[in-house]
Write a new protein. Structure first.
Ligand code: NAP
Ligand code: MG
Length: 498
């Protein structure tokens, strides 16, 4: 694979699109406003990207509604829909190297991750929902002999999707693939830091053959473009991934406008429990470290609360600390780099602010905690490990969204589970144990949408993903995600002579 000497050289090998994609065409924001896309790798200015507002939202909603009403996509035969979506998956796959590069330069995620995870998983997501199109049947109810009841699923109409910057394409694909597979039109608002890959994908959607108005992308900031989308009277649903704070706003917008359907995938503060009966502490230590340091901790399921049995705590944290010390932030464009930059300066300052809060509240900083690669002009923070954290400290309660592990000691399983569940979040949780009874007890008692036993981040497109509590509701991935984009209808037909 090609290695790039600079962000500029990488950028030159791509063909970024920077305008909004509405009704099958790239166009400037109606105001002509743009926003800067900056690479956090070294501060390079990448592009001026259209900054949409409510007028562009209105235009896109009208195009999406018209496309839906005309039915060119909605009423296409299942096999035709499937062909288009498979073509789309193939085009994304054929352009995966360029898309991986765009994501890496836009957000500082190591190129090894965008190549090995973000792009293949995006392609897999589109293929999975393409496959589903002609595999799912509606239902006929157990009707009396003089009637026929049909229970059918119908597309909602116009779906809005508001997504974060940490997995720009994958989080969008978790929305657009099931929404399109069920016949909806979609309007996507990517995070302002990372619009480039999705805008390039819009071009591929047109090439794949989605009718005009079915697939729209509106770059812009949250209040400017996301809010009017969620407030729009003619949008039928908003699928959101992002922080709990903004998720609450989205619910409010739905309530203030047309009671549109809302699906929320929000934040997390996931506990990873290490029992003293764990028979592979090396594997557990690697999972504890990588469960937070992957993508520099900017992962909603990051296992940031590390709960360790007191009897093994010092021995275990030594292993985690060794991994953290050896993991040096590097150039995200270097294929050997495993740990890159944070998404922007603001995120770096937020993470460093949490490190200061941790120290001030009495936690012991044992590794990292400082900015790194300062000469690069980019935004890097060292892998960081705190010991002697208590669950009431800010660094144990708030989502940091950076490479910071907070280690908390416990004395028995009951205490561990109580601490684990003492959070407003419930996205993921895990336990390392060789005791099958403890594994099952934890599996049942942990209040989270994903529970991992003797692994971390086990996942697949076939399994649902989402949260309990303030981590949101509704599920992405698997066939369950189709519920988010369809309405259930009963058709009752009276029969004569039955
Ligand atoms: P964020 O600040 O909540 O933003 C998410 C999206 O909402 C962005 O597109 C943002 O636009 C938009 N937005 C902001 N204010 C808005 C408003 N008033 N109205 C409508 N839209 C608005 O989250 P982030 O910083 O991008 O991402 C990190 C968060 O996402 C973390 O909390 C993480 O846990 C969560 N996340 C969850 C999952 C999951 O599946 N559960 C997956 C990934 C990330 P701008 O940023 O452009 O302003
Ligand atoms: Mg950027």
């Amino acid at each position: 694979m090609t290695a790039f000497a600079s962000v500029d050289a990488a950028l030159k090998s791509t063909s970024p699109r920077t305008q909004a994609f509405i009704d099958g065409r790239f166009q400037d924001a109606l105001t002509g406003q743009t926003m800067a896309s900056i690479s956090p790798i070294d501060g390079t200015h990448l592009a001026h990207v259209a900054s949409c507002d409510e007028r562009d939202v209105d235009l896109a909603v009208r195009a999406a509604r018209q496309a839906f009403d005309k039915g060119l996509w909605r009423n296409a035969s299942p096999s035709e829909k499937q062909r288009t979506m498979f073509r789309f998956a193939e085009l994304i796959e054929a352009n995966a190297e360029e898309l991986a590069l765009l994501e890496t330069i836009d957000l500082g995620k190591p190129i090894s991750n965008t190549r090995s995870a973000d792009l293949p998983l995006t392609v897999q997501t589109v293929r999975y929902y393409a496959e589903a199109i002609n595999k799912i049947n509606d239902e006929i109810g157990p009707s009396p002999s003089d009637a026929l009841s049909m229970i059918v699923r119908e597309p909602l109409g116009v779906v809005g999707a508001v997504t974060p910057w940490n997995f720009p394409l994958l989080m969008a694909a978790w929305k657009f693939a099931p929404a399109l597979a069920t016949g909806n039109s979609i309007i996507m608002k990517p995070a302002e830091q990372t619009s480039l890959s999705l805008l390039r994908v819009a071009e591929l959607a047109a090439e794949a053959g989605f009718p005009e108005g079915v697939f729209n992308v509106l770059p812009g900031d949250g209040p400017g473009a996301g809010k009017p989308l969620a407030l729009h009277m003619d949008v039928d649903a908003v699928a959101f991934t992002g922080s709990t704070q903004v998720g609450k706003l989205i619910m409010g917008y739905a309530a203030q406008s047309n009671l549109k359907r809302v699906g929320l995938e929000c934040g997390g503060k996931s506990p990873q429990i290490i029992m003293d009966d764990c028979d592979d502490l090396d594997a557990a230590a690697s999972a504890a470290a990588w469960g937070v340091f992957y993508d520099q901790g900017q992962v909603c399921t990051a296992g940031t609360r590390l709960l360790v049995h007191r009897a093994i705590k010092d021995q275990f944290l030594d292993k985690v600390a060794t991994i953290a010390r050896e993991l040096e932030p590097g150039d995200p464009l270097d294929p050997d780099t495993e740990f890159g930059s944070l998404v922007d300066q603001g995120q770096m300052q937020t993470v460093l602010g949490y490190v200061e809060k941790g120290k001030a509240q009495g936690a012991d900083l044992i590794v990292g905690g400082a900015q790194a690669r300062t000469a690069s002009g980019g935004f890097y923070v060292e892998p960081t490990l705190f010991d002697n954290v208590t669950n009431d400290m800010t660094i144990a309660q708030e989502e940091i969204f950076g490479p910071v592990i907070s280690a908390i000691a416990f004395d028995d399983l009951d205490e561990a589970l109580t601490i684990a569940n003492d959070s407003i979040y419930g996205l993921a949780a895990g336990i390392w144990t060789s005791n099958v009874n403890n594994a099952h007890i934890a599996g049942r008692r942990l209040r989270a949408g994903n529970v991992w036993i003797n692994c971390w981040d086990g996942s697949d497109i076939t399994t649902p993903f989402g949260g309990f509590k303030q981590s949101g509701f509704g599920r992405d991935r698997s066939l369950h995600a189709l519920d988010k984009y369809t309405e259930l209808k009963t058709i009752w037909l009276k029969l004569k002579g039955g």
